[in-house]
Ligand binder design. Structure first.
Ligand SMILES: NC(=O)c1ccc[n+]([C@@H]2O[C@H](COP(=O)([O-])OP(=O)(O)OC[C@H]3O[C@@H](n4cnc5c(N)ncnc54)[C@H](OP(=O)(O)O)[C@@H]3O)[C@@H](O)[C@H]2O)c1
Length: 284
């Protein structure tokens, strides 16, 4: 199959590049904004048609959650309007589209894992534009899959794991929120799940994917420091209101992954096991 990966220089896009080496049966078109700006409708249609694309994996997004609050127009273009272009281009060629979305489509007032059917209610610009993107791809492409994920990290790009490693080495004390509960996701595991869907056959619909288990950002930080052997930084639990951020975060955003596991027969590692793998890869 001819597979187009957009946003290929990001965390997930890079992990898709890594796993393409284990999936040599396909032909890949790895693009980031320089090669294919997904906000350029004509360019998107031309690229998909000219290269006879069978599957688009959209890893491009506006992911800066706080700055999104002041950049609504740009964020909406990238997270909502552009995925609509990709979906229409896919539909015109009979291709499938995998759109990656977020746990921020939920308001986080729940206390049991969110299923795909749970009511959405984003409380940030980022979450609202990602939800609109989900709706656009489902509307314009009959072979669209939306995979919502959460707390993504990787050896590539900037992310929470790298920030906590740096702060842990620089500081003697650190406060991290303990009242936001979710599940970290190693982008390599998400890329593996995407390949499982591509190889077993696209089944349209909304899916949830994160690693297994549950933790707070505080617990996540302790695990990062423990695995890195950082003992000189005392980490303290903070309430959300002690660490003000521009965009509100869901207090609880654990995703129920039953559907993706059953549909594609995948096993998902626990977040601590995957964190250990990522940290080992970071050392190499
Ligand atoms: N990061 C998280 O914690 C998280 C959590 C839940 C869901 N997600 C979702 O997971 C997906 C992957 O996230 P990620 O963390 O891998 O994202 P990322 O690292 O921010 O990568 C996004 C990539 O898209 C590129 N891009 C920006 N504008 C573009 C355009 N107009 N056309 C083509 N490419 C463009 C970016 O380039 P520049 O860097 O040059 O802008 C970047 O290389 C996204 O859909 C995101 O919403 C992420």
């Amino acid at each position: 199959m001819n597979i187009l990966i957009t946003g290929a220089n990001g965390q997930l896009g890079n992990e898709m590049q890594v796993l393409s080496k284990e999936n040599r049966q396909h032909t890949y078109f790895f693009t980031d904004v320089q090669e294919l700006d997904i906000c350029d409708e004509q360019a998107v249609h031309g690229f998909v048609e000219d290269n006879r694309i069978d599957v688009i994996v959209n890893c491009a997004a506006y992911t800066a959650v706080d700055t999104a609050e002041d950049n609504q127009e740009l964020c909406d273009k990238l997270n909502h309007v552009a995925p609509g272009y990709l979906a229409a281009a896919a539909e015109a060629c009979g291709a499938a589209l995998i759109q990656v979305s977020t746990d921020y489509v939920f308001d986080g007032t729940g206390y049991t894992p969110y299923t795909e059917e749970a009511a959405t209610c984003p409380n940030s610009v980022y979450g609202s534009t990602k939800l609109a993107g989900e709706q656009a791809v489902m509307k314009h492409c009959s072979r669209a899959m939306v995979i919502r994920t959460a707390w993504l990290y990787s050896i590539y790009g900037n992310n929470f794991v790298k920030t906590m490693l740096r702060l842990g080495r620089e500081r003697e004390t650190l406060g991290v929120v303990f009242d936001q509960i979710g599940t970290p996701t190693y982008a390599n595991d998400l890329a593996r799940a995407i390949f499982a869907a591509v190889n077993r056959g696209i089944v349209p619909g909304v899916y949830h994917f994160s690693n297994e288990g549950v933790c707070s950002w505080y617990d996540f930080t302790l695990a990062i420091h423990r695995l890195a052997g950082i003992k000189t930084c005392k980490v303290s639990p903070l309430h959300t209101d002690e660490f003000p951020a521009k965009a509100p975060r869901p207090h609880y955003s654990v995703l129920d992954k039953t559907k993706i596991k059953k549909t594609f027969g995948i096993d998902i590692p626990h977040w601590e096991a995957s964190l250990a793998v990522c940290m080992k890869n970071l050392e190499e």
